[in-house]
Design a protein around this ligand. Structure first.
Ligand code: GTP
Ligand code: MG
Length: 193
């Protein structure tokens, strides 16, 4: 997909702040630091529209990026970051539930996992949570530039098995660093729009 236009519309913490333009939305999900914001930047070829950081916990709000005036990427705060208080974790849970459970314009979610490692317990819970709400999921195994070519197939198999990916959901390997997997990711995302 050729992206001519991309802009942040709002950083929201609750429903009343969501955009009301009625455009389809593709949300991101995944552990803190897995590369959700980097995924958006690479997909739209903008180095730093979505703020990234080598430290986990960078994205704290639901950030709505309007793309080509036709859909939104919704960047979300990651999970699994140890250094958050119980109160913060609860607030995160409420924000996520409110969005994923109630948002009618949410068409699909891109669930990112770190290709170097087996999915975490939280990744499995997140996938099951999305399936519970019957949300289509594209699983993106990212940071593939950090996995040697000869080991990639084995890692993909482990991820597919651990998440128990449903037949209608697909897995794409990806690198925000090199751009590998970008066209394939667009191929699936386009179908949701
Ligand atoms: P939170 O906002 O904290 O939930 O994190 P996030 O999932 O948005 O991660 P972010 O995009 O900020 O990336 C975290 C770190 O991983 C940054 O240092 C990125 O440069 C790095 N990173 C992201 N994707 C890749 C990738 O494909 N390959 C490599 N080598 N590094 C990556
Ligand atoms: Mg982020």
């Amino acid at each position: 997909m050729k992206v001519n236009q991309a802009e942040i519309v709002i950083s929201a913490v609750s429903q009343k702040q969501y955009p009301n333009e009625n455009l389809p939305e593709i949300a991101l999900a995944g552990r803190s630091n897995v590369g959700k914001s980097s995924f958006i930047n690479r997909m739209i070829q903008r180095k730093s529209l979505a703020r990234t950081s080598s430290k986990p916990g960078k994205t704290q709000t639901l950030n709505f990026y309007k793309i080509n005036d036709s859909f939104f990427f919704v960047d979300v705060p990651g999970y699994g970051y140890a250094k958050v208080s119980k109160k913060e974790r609860e607030a995160w849970g409420r924000m996520m539930e409110e969005y994923f459970q109630l948002r009618e314009t949410l068409e699909a979610t891109v669930l990112l996992t770190d290709m170097r490692h087996p999915p975490t317990e939280d990744d499995i819970i997140m996938y099951d949570f999305l399936k519970h709400f019957e949300i289509p999921v594209l699983v993106v195994a990212t940071k593939m530039d950090k996995v040697k070519k000869g080991k990639r197939d084995k890692h993909i198999k482990i991820i597919k098995e651990a998440l128990d990916i449903e037949p209608e959901d697909h897995l794409v390997t990806f690198s925000a660093e090199t751009g590998e997997g970008k066209d394939e990711a667009w191929k699936y995302i386009r179908k949701f729009l």
